[in-house]
Design a protein around this ligand. Sequence first.
Ligand code: ADP
Length: 445
Amino acid sequence: MANPVQASGQSPYEAFQAARRARIVVNLANISFYASIALVIVVAAMLLMDYSKQLLIAWFLLLISPGLNLVIRQLARTGRGELAGYLFVAYYMLVIALNTSTIANISPILAPGLLLVAAIGGLVLPAPHSFVVAGLGAATYIVATAAIRTGVEVASLSLPLAQAFDMVVIVSAMLFMSLVSYYVTSDLRKALDEATFDVVEANQKLAKASEMKSQFTARTSHELRTPLSAIIAFTDLALHDTYGVLPPKLREALTHVFTSSRHLKVIINDLLDLSKIEAGQLDVGAEPFALAKLVETVESTSAPMAAEKGLKWDLQVDPKMPATLIGDVERISQILVNLAGNAVKFTEKGEVSVRIEPQGTDRWRIQVRDTGLGIPESQREAIFEAYRQLGNGAANARTGGTGLGLAITRHLVRLMGGTIRVESTFGKGSTFTVELPLKSPVAIA
Ligand code: ADP
């Protein structure tokens, strides 16, 4: 069957519903086409047995039906489903009203006949129109009953013929309704099956694409890291005068190479971490480590950055913290360096402070506070998503960054069974607090 033309301005859902209703109209028109041919024959036979002018009019009216159903079918197929639905409903209401009010003893089928047509109207027309159809049915019923009561020129069939006619019409109506209902349900089920299939297929494609992207990122980052490590190592050696004393200009140039390569390595490491997270392959270790090592790492990376920007740097470790902890020192350092690095990056004046302290007996926390740009309330969740950066363009543009740091940090914290939260006053500063389970070979005092 041809697809009905999609009316402009429809949402995909509306277009889908309109197409479904059009399919129902096409099927109704098909059923009615054959049913009305049968009815034309039945009424012709009745005319021969019991002629009346009214029955002849009814017969002529029925003669239109097969042709009209072909027109209705065509309209529905060419995107004019509503017009087709209205034509169908209006025609059958007219046939029922006219026949039942002019042929005396078939009036009992007036109400059920109109109800049936109104119900069909509800299936083939969208919501507001189905109310119009119900109203039309009610109005037709009132007019037809009034006509019967006030006595239009009425013919009456012989009683057995009228009874037989009523019975045939009611039985066929039941059959018709069950066919319609069967068709509507199976059409819906089919549409649902197709939609489910499409969603499942799209999901599989997305999962595959995402997996391939992760694999690609993982492989490329890995491949990039090896030559980059060589560049960093040899530049470092050169800067330490291993290959002879460097002329000042060359030293300056090599220092740029060294800093940029280290920056690039941070980005590549972040990409590699993210692809591991996406593939569910990021693990954290649990080895004893000296807290001093963690402190030393962050002091050596972030304190010089703070000093360079003229910021006060203040790191304090609560004396109640055990000297040795159990955990993944590389990953905890990564968390701390990232938070402290951000604090320095997004602060222009004032201070960056880091506190490391126990929380009760079984948790400890790292708190990084700055007096920088702050984070608007609406963005406090979003900054933890991958590739998210705030519109603080100047700082981001100056410092680069990929927007991956906090996404990786949150993932690492969760892997370690901890929590991370941020408090911030926009324009005044932010405080990031990480809480981790405290595991130590020595119990704290
Ligand atoms: P990156 O620092 O590489 O941009 P992150 O994931 O670490 O990525 O941070 C995401 C964004 O969150 C940053 O771009 C910045 O806009 C915002 N942000 C993070 N930390 C701070 C902070 N201490 N103060 C203000 N904004 C911050």
